[in-house]
Design a protein around this ligand. Structure first.
Ligand code: 9G3
Length: 566
């Protein structure tokens, strides 16, 4: 491809609202352009990388025995009404009406569509297992699109769905696709971890997220410092065994703590450690008020609360409503003499506290020598705190450390949530009608591209891995007005293409500095410069990743490039 023929609008300046490297560089190097918030055009270079990521995904999915199809983005509301999600999803699900006023959703995912498709076409256990996948545009009206392609409102996903007659079959396909995902992200050169995750609203129990380690990742991974245990922090169970101290139970006493609101304020005011305090937070769990207690130095993990109640909605009650319900402000809440319609649950650490401190449910007053069971009742003691660095790893090996991750893949064992809701059944070998058991598997394809850009760059620009670069060779005649340079470049362009190489030739009439700066920004793996020594048949080869520069006769060039490009 010649640059005079394509469209690579590079920018000198860093675009204002681009906060992270990949977003800045993909814009500056002309790989993409924003249309509206969270909605992008893939420019020619971006589109070529996208195709290379998709090719890797297709190869691995096909090898794993999945078959590709393509479902519509325009999805009739009826399907979502059958699954019930038409009513549970809010503005994130983009909806529209057609000319006959019929309601549609713009596809955020395809469980409903694929289940309706398979229920019509598959009736017998002999046709199972079946794994279908597509690579397609998804729409989710994110409240805060950010970080470019990492959280967009229109993005490209590979989504796969598997259908099974029994759990063993699902387990086998899940295992296969788990390996296929590992291959995809390894082939993209990404430093990733498969972590135990929370299935959220999707139902089912087993689920893993594939996380690319990155400081700008929105997810926190809890991993063991000595084993391969890794979990999304939302999921990681706490296995600490707490000991109850044998000290005497002091008598309950109300103390005046004027203006002391936060855990740290009260702890320093009463000259004690946060771990002696009981933190009380009022939650709404579906329709119920629940006072959740954790030790002062711990944090409530709302996902664990949600999973304990198997609730749809769990949210912290705002301070005003809290005051109405409990009769006092959030800074002095405690579990003693709580209204009977408020359920009290506590983290396991609270059960072992002796002579603790809690709010007195009275502005500016706290209790000291608070003892569970003697001074307040708890309906359930459960593991409901976030795991912390240094906690023992749940697998018993080593201790927990944290890392940030970008979720690029997510695999679920769905079970029969959708097949029951939508009556997707099959006749088993005894002729009995059974709901199909399902799995679903997603890869954020455009997000993976951004994760690669985030991992592979330096101070001059992008540094693409050879197998994902939009082109393999950047051929640069320094001065197009110089006959010998222009002719040699043209000759080499033809030769390299004949050798099957992906070549981008910078045939623009631009200054050398501009060409080299753009070349470093775009980040192709190898640059061939045709400069002053063109008339002697000498060219310069530069390796983008290492900056190494080699001079050689043009006759050696093809062989050398084949070596460098592997
Ligand atoms: C929606 C909207 C947003 C959503 C969903 C539905 C996430 C939704 C979870 C999944 C599960 C799997 C198939 C591929 C792998 C992931 N955000 N999820 O279902 F309507 Cl607006 O997408 N789907």
């Amino acid at each position: 491809m010649k640059q005079s023929m394509t469209l690579i609008p590079t920018l000198r300046e860093v675009p204002a609202d681009a906060e992270i490297k990949s977003h800045q560089l993909l814009l500056r190097a002309g790989f993409m352009r924003q249309n509206s918030s969270g909605v992008y055009s893939f420019m020619p270079l971006g589109k070529k990388v996208l195709q290379k990521v998709e090719a890797i995904v297709r190869e691995e999915m096909d090898n794993a025995g999945a078959v590709e199809l393509l479902m519509p983005a325009l999805q009739q509301a009826e399907f979502w009404q059958e699954s019930g999600r038409w009513y549970t999803y809010g503005p994130e699900l983009m909806r529209l009406k057609d000319r006959n006023n019929r309601e549609f959703a713009l596809g955020a995912t395809h469980e409903e569509v694929v289940t309706s498709l398979v229920r019509d076409e598959v009736k017998s256990y002999k046709r199972l297992p079946l794994t279908v996948y597509q690579i397609q545009t998804k729409f989710r009206d994110e409240q805060r699109p950010r970080f470019g392609l990492l959280r967009g409102r229109e993005f490209i996903m590979k989504d796969a769905y598997s259908f099974h007659a029994n759990q063993e079959s699902l387990d086998a396909v899940y295992e296969n696709l788990y390996k296929a995902y590992s291959n995809v992200f390894s082939r993209c050169g990404l430093d990733f971890r498969a972590v135990i995750a929370d299935s959220g609203a999707m139902g089912g129990k087993d689920t893993h997220e594939f996380m690319v380690l990155s400081e700008i990742g929105e997810d926190t991974i809890a991993y063991s410092d000595t084993s391969d245990y890794a979990a999304n922090i939302e999921m990681a169970p706490v296995t600490v065994k707490y000991e109850k101290s044998s000290e005497e139970l002091g008598s309950l006493e109300k103390v005046h703590t004027p203006g002391q609101k936060s855990i740290d304020d009260v702890a320093s005011f009463l000259k004690t450690d946060a771990s002696n305090l009981i933190k009380s937070l009022l939650f709404k769990v579906d329709e119920k008020y629940v006072l959740v207690l954790v030790r002062g130095d711990h944090e409530v993990n709302d996902i664990k609360v949600k999973n304990f109640y198997n609730a749809e909605i769990v949210e912290l009650v705002d301070p005003n409503e809290t005051k109405e319900v409990l009769g006092c402000a959030v800074g002095s809440l405690g579990p003693i003499n709580i209204a009977s319609y408020v359920e009290v649950i506590a983290d396991l650490a609270v059960e072992s506290m002796v002579n603790g401190i809690s709010g007195a449910n009275e502005e500016d007053y706290h209790y000291v020598n608070v003892n569970p069971d003697r001074d307040f009742n708890v309906a359930n003691y459960i593991d409901l705190r976030f795991i912390q660095e240094g906690d023992p790893s749940p697998d018993g090996n080593g201790h927990i450390k944290f890392a940030k991750g970008i979720e690029v893949g997510h695999v679920f064992k769905l079970g029969t949530k959708y097949s029951e809701a939508m009556n997707a059944t099959f006749l088993d070998e005894n002729g009995r009608s059974q709901p199909m058991i399902m799995g679903c598997y997603g890869i954020g394809v455009s997000r993976t591209l951004a994760a690669v850009a985030e991992q592979f760059n330096d101070e001059k620009g992008l540094v693409w891995p050879t197998n994902l670069a939009p082109y393999q060779v950047h051929l640069i005649p320094v001065n197009m007005k110089d006959e010998s340079q222009a002719e040699l470049a043209e000759k080499l362009y033809g030769e390299l293409k004949k050798q099957g190489m992906d070549v981008l030739m910078d045939d623009r009439h631009e200054r050398a500095g501009v060409k080299f700066a753009d070349s470093d920004l775009i980040g192709l793996p190898v640059r061939v410069t045709v400069g002053k020594k063109a008339s002697d048949g000498i060219v310069e080869v530069k390796i983008r990743k290492t900056g190494e520069v080699l001079e050689m006769e043009t006759v050696e060039l093809v062989q050398k490039l084949k070596e460098l490009l592997g």
